[in-house]
Write a protein that binds this ligand. Structure first.
Ligand code: ADP
Ligand code: MG
Length: 317
């Protein structure tokens, strides 16, 4: 069975490929999407490479979920509503059982967000997944990295450090992490509804994919501000309770793959943001503020700065 049959029997069969939002979906030279009046497209791509971003033997449905989730997370960090995506994939061989599960995991998440699969590319090669997502943003909207202002409060959703701890257990201890911990690494939940809810409440946002200090630093750099974060207020994954302080700080401050949102908002929106968290059933913690400066300072319980050895993940360092 060839490439076209593979596309027809797996990718084009997904429910999310037939949501009917596109004017023309899979099967032609281009997909055609209707333009929405008074809206603009937010577009983002993320690529996952076997052995670098995931273990080659990870459960395929989880891989399908995560490949799309990391992309939806970028839309969330912009406050955009998911609309469509393309899936480009290199596969070492055709494995129908593997593909069926991979597509099922991706399809569930895509349908939950009404995000339509409208095209892609399929080739043979070392397992690599590249997705481009397209989301809708009202004109003028968008939680840009360069919009934080002095005095803004800094917030973080969910909890941090779980994915990094799970990775450490898998890599260094060669053990199976507890299920909840493994889930935080393998099936992160993109904070799409939070991003949408923040459109009118926050000024700047970023998703924490490469480590808290590094990603918060991107907002500082682009907004030309500093940020002070309170270690004790930063939400930590429950499984870190047993780890020593150095490990906790490493996972929470420098660990990657959490896909929670960090956002900056005016203090007058504090109560509305807390109410949004309640409504979504998602813990939101106010962890610090935007200050004069140019970098992120994390202070311990006594007000001393915690020295962060490595700010986050960088493929070329
Ligand atoms: P082209 O020759 O124009 O590159 P292809 O033969 O690669 O087209 O793909 C045929 C159709 O299938 C196109 O509409 C393309 O968008 C779609 N397609 C290819 N691979 C995928 C995939 N992995 N997921 C979804 N659609 C795909
Ligand atoms: Mg092609």
């Amino acid at each position: 069975m060839g490439e076209f049959a593979l596309i027809r029997e797996h990718f084009a069969q997904m429910r999310c490929a037939r949501l009917g939002q596109a004017a023309l979906g899979i099967g032609d030279d281009c997909a055609v999407l209707p333009m929405v009046a008074d809206a603009q497209w937010a577009v983002s791509s993320d690529m996952l490479v076997s052995g670098r971003h995931f273990f080659p033997d990870v459960a395929p449905d989880r891989l399908g979920h995560k490949a799309l989730a990391v992309n939806l997370s970028d839309l969330a960090a912009m406050g955009a509503k998911p609309r469509a995506f393309t899936l480009s994939i290199a596969l070492p061989q055709r494995d129908d059982a593997w593909l069926g599960q991979f597509c099922a995991g991706m399809d569930r998440l895509a349908c939950a967000h009404q995000c339509e699969l409208v095209g892609g590319d399929t080739t043979r090669g070392p397992l690599t997944i590249a997705i481009t997502v397209m989301g809708e943003l009202p004109l003028g909207a968008g939680l840009r990295r360069d919009r934080a202002e002095l005095g803004d409060e800094v917030w973080i959703s969910g909890s941090l450090g779980g994915a990094a701890l799970a990775l450490d257990v898998l890599q260094n201890e060669k053990l199976a992490p507890a299920q909840a911990l493994r889930d935080s690494l393998e099936i992160p939940e993109p904070r799409v509804l939070l991003g949408l809810g923040l459109q009118h409440l926050a000024r700047a946002a970023i998703d924490i994919s490469d480590g808290l200090v590094q990603d918060a630093g991107h907002i500082c750099e682009r907004s030309r501000v500093g940020m002070q974060l309170d270690w004790l207020r930063i939400p930590k994954h429950a499984a870190l309770g047993d780890a020593d302080l150095a490990m906790q700080q490493q996972c929470v401050l420098s660990g990657g793959d959490d896909y929670e949102l960090l956002f900056c908002a005016a203090p007058e929106n504090h109560l509305a943001i807390a109410a949004l968290g309640e409504q979504l059933g998602l813990p939101l913690a106010c962890v610090g503020q935007v200050e004069v400066g140019e970098r992120v300072r994390v202070l311990d319980g006594r007000g001393h700065e915690i020295m962060v050895r490595q700010a986050g993940f960088d493929h070329f360092v």
